[in-house]
Write a protein of this length. Structure first.
Length: 181
């Protein structure tokens, strides 16, 4: 199975796509509507997996998955995800579970300032890894976080953060949700 086939098997048909004009990294962003629930848009990179990435102590291929409520501007979300995917390709290093990438607001007006790399738990188990590529392609779910949550992860570890996620009943799709800390 190809990466696009895998994505469409689990996320539905691609409704829209973006690619930068020069596209030097060969990466695009694809949009899927109403997944994992109605009113949520899921964005996935397509082409990042062409790059073999280092991931201690092995190598892997990855595609990034990010979901938000449909009220957020699709072009802005796609731009954010494209920029991040190009940075991953440029560094030739995959994202580890629990890793935080933080900086500015993810999109204009958003409270969240970073993402937390995790397993895509809102989709069926088979979505997480595509075994038909060598090395395997891992789908990394990027959960939006704020500065205080990034600090918690750095100081107390990602297990503690995931405990807080379970306790709080977090709205995972809201880029302006209240902080868990």
């Amino acid at each position: 199975m190809t990466v696009p086939e895998h994505l469409e098997t689990y996320l539905g048909s691609i409704s829209r796509g973006w690619a930068p004009p020069d596209n030097q990294w060969g990466i695009q962003v694809s949009l899927f509507e109403n997944t994992p629930e109605p009113g949520v848009r899921t964005y996935a990179t397509l082409g990042l997996s062409r790059h073999v990435l280092g991931l201690r102590p092995k190598q892997v291929r990855q595609e990034l998955v990010f979901s938000t409520w449909a009220r957020y501007e699709a072009d802005d979300v796609a731009s954010f995800l494209m920029t991040l995917a190009e940075e991953v390709a440029r560094n030739s290093r995959g994202l580890l579970r629990g890793e935080v990438i933080e900086g500015q607001p993810l999109i204009a007006g958003a409270r969240t300032t970073g993402v937390y790399a995790s397993i895509p738990v809102f989709w069926p188990d088979g979505f997480h890894v595509l075994e038909s590529t060598t090395p395997s392609t891992v789908l990394v779910w990027l959960l939006p976080i704020d500065h205080a949550e990034a600090h918690l992860i750095a100081s107390e570890g990602w297990n503690r953060f995931e405990d807080k996620l379970e306790e709080a009943g977090c709205d995972f799709w809201d880029l302006n949700r209240p902080s868990l800390v």
